[in-house]
Write a protein that binds this ligand. Structure first.
Ligand code: C5P
Length: 209
């Protein structure tokens, strides 16, 4: 029998991580931030001084990844997100990571997976799908406030430029581009708090269960 899967997709800094953690905790499901799998692949290449665009090499690294040891703290750096979106355009890398993500989704008691292609490619049979979005300006502002709250300095204009660039790379790639699944529920958090988005999502999940 297949497990309960909740798919959460959307662009960078739209609030899908927070929403996914809250849903996983509320429904007692596992949670996988699939962005971390692309980030870990990119970081392993960077650490070894290897190029980011050698598909065979990057796919080997991706195949060796241990999903049980993805450390958000070391993977959250901005440059790693940028590098991740470069390795994420290569089909062999995607194939390796998607296989690991599907195995995670199939593990009891089920899971919330968040990323860019969960509803469209990784788990098209998910119980329910959400597409979380917000204007680039609001997403940049949230990321900026987060970084400053952690005590680091941050440049709002630079963050906005990076978000726009990463959106373009993720939306325009040929393999599994960022787009809402036809049957996804859209949650636009431009004017909605993440708390309100969670309440809306919870009502929809309860109805689907
Ligand atoms: O969500 P996060 O910013 O951690 O993702 C980093 C990069 O990994 C994204 O910009 C995207 O290129 C890639 N990614 C992807 N598919 C996913 C999750 C992330 O291509 N399911």
């Amino acid at each position: 029998t297949s497990q309960t899967v909740i798919a959460v997709d959307g662009p960078a800094a739209a609030g899908k991580g927070t929403l996914s953690r809250q849903l996983a905790s509320h429904y007692g499901l596992n949670h996988l931030d699939t962005g971390l799998t692309y980030r870990a692949t990119a970081k392993a290449l960077l650490d070894r001084g290897l190029p980011l665009d050698d598909e065979e090499l990057a796919a080997d690294v991706a195949l060796g990844l241990d999903l049980g040891h993805l450390d958000r703290a070391v993977l959250s750096a901005h440059e790693i997100g940028e590098a991740a979106s470069k390795v994420a355009v290569m089909p062999k890398v995607r194939r390796a990571l998607v296989e690991a993500q599907r195995a995670f989704a199939a593990t009891a008691p089920g899971a919330v997976l968040d990323g860019r292609d969960i509803g469209t490619v990784v788990c098209p049979q998910a119980l329910i799908k959400f597409y979380v979005t917000a204007s680039p300006e609001v997403r940049a502002r949230r990321r900026h406030d987060e970084i400053r709250a952690s005590g680091a300095s941050s440049d709002l204009e630079g963050i906005l430029a990076d978000i726009v660039k990463r959106d373009a790379r993720d939306s325009e790639r040929a393999d599994s581009p960022l787009r809402p699944a036809a049957d996804a529920h859209l949650l636009d958090t431009t004017k909605m708090s993440i708390e309100t988005a969670f309440e809306a999502a919870r009502i929809l999940v309860d109805a689907a269960l």
